[in-house]
Design a protein around this ligand. Structure first.
Ligand SMILES: O=C(CO)COP(=O)(O)O
Length: 134
């Protein structure tokens, strides 16, 4: 499965801790991320992560383009609705595109936990039927 990671600045440490905790599961999949999120997670976990541009340079839009092509199977986007900074990605378009293709998406740690366990159990295997070429 192709899993995309994005974290707003105040949620990056939480994303790192999440990926450390679930590195065993994540290592079985293709991981991509916006630039800074990917760098921090890769350094902390040793996971191989394809890094797009940083969010402020359009990395979130690169991920949105892959979602628009139905190439992402799970989006974990830890956002901070309280202290978002100017230039941080607006989640509305990402989530809209996930809804277009019924792509599972988490925007907080509680849902991310639920989805990573679902992934491990095989509950998301139907994505392989949607996209048999991958
Ligand atoms: O901008 C973002 C969230 O703040 C996401 O991009 P980065 O992972 O490059 O920071």
């Amino acid at each position: 499965m192709n899993i995309a990671l994005i974290a707003h600045d105040s949620k990056k440490e939480l994303m790192v801790q999440f990926c450390i905790a679930y590195s065993g599961i994540l290592s079985q999949h293709n991981i991509c991320a916006t630039g800074t999120t990917g760098k921090l997670v890769a350094e902390a976990t040793g996971l191989r992560i394809f890094r797009f541009l940083s969010g402020e340079q359009g990395g979130d839009q690169q991920i949105a383009a892959r979602i628009a092509c139905n190439e992402i199977d799970l989006l974990l986007f830890l956002r901070d609705p309280l202290t978002m900074k100017a230039g941080e990605p607006d989640e509305a378009n990402l989530i809209r595109l996930c809804d277009v293709h019924s792509i599972p998406v988490a925007t907080n740690i509680a849902t991310a936990e639920a989805l990573i366990h679902a992934l491990e159990k095989g509950d998301l295997d139907w994505r392989n039927i949607v996209n048999p070429k991958r």
